[in-house]
Design a protein around this ligand. Structure first.
Ligand code: LLP
Length: 436
């Protein structure tokens, strides 16, 4: 590939790939591979960029990090430091956030099947709001709140019937979705009626998320427009006044040169223009706008380092170059046919002289990281750096073939800091109980 850098990434004096002022070969040597490396400065730049755009537009907002993209104590601490809010989708993410001392009032709880225990946890921690997803949850949450004599701020998640241009598996805004209440089929209105009728809830607004890895503003604008128009109707018919409109995440990033995302601020500007237009045209109070970027905050900031091992050449068909990780640390190529770019960390600028397929080490033919990567001739022991692995890499890591999960290191200003240890073989068996 033609080397195109992300964030602080550069080629250093000795010709090696450097991130955050640290030589990636040194990182591989110090911590072993596979290794997820995060460029902290780039994460901060993105977080500040979103916040600044809202400030410039004079719009009250919350930028909530969609932490399913990468959920660890360290990233929660960093997002807190940057003044972001947090979207969690499970008791596990919530627990991790509490371990990081994330302010509970800035945590929003999502999910299409939150359990009673998870809702109890959310109430006990005093989180900011629950995003109600379905009728069952209205009953369940009302019951738990009544039992605890508590109240909870809630958003109602609606599916606005918008299809975003992205991979089918990650579409969530269309009508045929497991998430949310349909806006057009009357279910959203029914949900609002039920929630408003119950004292245990403080209905603060609506939520929608139209999909992921979106490169255009059209879908966001359509969704914002449609919901705002509906809010005008419900103001008049139900006396419902939304203080908050949460428009989710899904802003695209550049996995390969084929991806041409807009700068994050463009999405925000486009959304706000539509919300404003409908608000002003109908004398509707401008709601506070919340967004939930995941991938666009951490995706491009992450690079995975692997060590190259075996090579298999199938004459006239393919050259397989295998690395010491694979679908255990990045399941996205197998699951979504996701594409990635990579370079040899010791000589990223060298011209390619062959096209290879980067194979993982798992016992599965589909465990391929990149199918056709132009690369200079590579050798066992060299370090391969795969770009843009910061979102949904570590968070979807697994122990298939009992491969221990990789370590995570943050780099910034020439310093590296281990934030997740490499799993050990001992960790792998710690929950196993012997039969005899
Ligand atoms: N908000 C909600 C309600 C969501 O469901 C999601 C992602 C986000 C925000 C953040 O979306 P982002 O900005 O990260 O695109 N595992 C898949 C992605 C699944 C996304 C699910 N929801 C992947 O690896 O591409």
């Amino acid at each position: 590939m033609a080397f195109e850098s992300f964030g602080t990434m550069r080629v250093n004096e000795v010709g090696h790939l450097e991130i955050g002022g640290v030589d990636t070969l040194k990182l591989a040597q110090k911590y072993g591979t596979p290794l997820y490396v995060y460029d902290v400065a780039l994460i901060k730049e993105r977080a500040r960029g979103f916040k600044k755009t809202f400030e410039e537009l004079g719009v009250k907002a919350q930028v909530a990090y969609a932490s399913k993209a990468f959920s660890t104590v360290a990233i929660y601490q960093l997002m807190h430091e940057e003044g972001l809010s947090l979207d969690v989708v499970s008791g596990g993410e919530l627990f991790t956030a509490m371990k990081a001392d994330f302010p509970a009032e800035r945590i929003h709880f999502h999910g299409n099947n939150k359990t009673r225990q998870e809702l109890e946890m959310a109430i006990d921690y005093g989180i900011g709001c629950v995003v109600i997803d379905n009728f069952y949850e209205i009953e369940l949450l009302a019951d738990v709140l009544q039992e605890k004599g508590a109240r909870m701020a809630v958003l109602i998640r609606v599916t606005p019937g918008i299809e975003a241009h992205t991979h089918d598996y990650i579409l969530t805004g269309q009508d045929d979705s497991k998430f949310g209440f349909g806006l057009t089929n009357g279910q959203a209105e029914e949900a609002i009626r039920r929630v408003m009728a119950n004292e245990a809830f403080q209905l603060i607004g609506l939520h929608c998320h139209i999909g992921s890895q979106i490169f255009e503003t059209t879908g966001f604008k359509l969704a914002a427009h449609r919901i705002m128009e509906q809010l005008v109707v419900w103001r008049d018919s139900l006396d419902f006044h939304a203080e908050v409109l949460n428009l989710g995440g899904g802003f695209g990033v550049r996995y390969t040169a084929d991806d041409q995302p807009l700068p994050p601020s463009e999405y925000v500007r486009a959304i706000i223009a539509d919300v404003r237009e409908v608000a002003q045209g109908n004398a509707l109070a401008m709601p506070e706008i919340w967004i939930e970027p995941g991938r666009s905050l951490v995706g491009e900031a992450g690079t995975t380092l692997y060590t190259i091992g075996s090579r298999k050449e199938v004459p006239e068909i393919r050259k397989f170059v295998a690395v010491d990780g694979g679908m255990s640390d990045n399941i996205r190529p197998s699951l979504y046919e996701a594409k990635y770019d990579a370079v040899i960390a010791s000589r990223p600028l060298e011209e390619p002289d062959e096209t290879v397929a980067i194979a993982g080490k798992c016992c599965e033919s589909g465990d391929m990281l990149i199918w056709d990567l132009p690369l200079p001739k590579s050798y066992a022991g060299e370090v391969l750096a795969v770009f843009c692995t910061g979102a949904y890499g570590y968070s979807m890591a697994n122990n298939y073939n009992r491969i221990p999960r990789a370590a995570v290191v943050f780099v910034e200003n020439g310093e590296d800091r281990l934030v997740v240890q490499r799993e050990s073989y001992g960790n792998l068996v710690q929950l196993d109980l012997p039969l005899y």
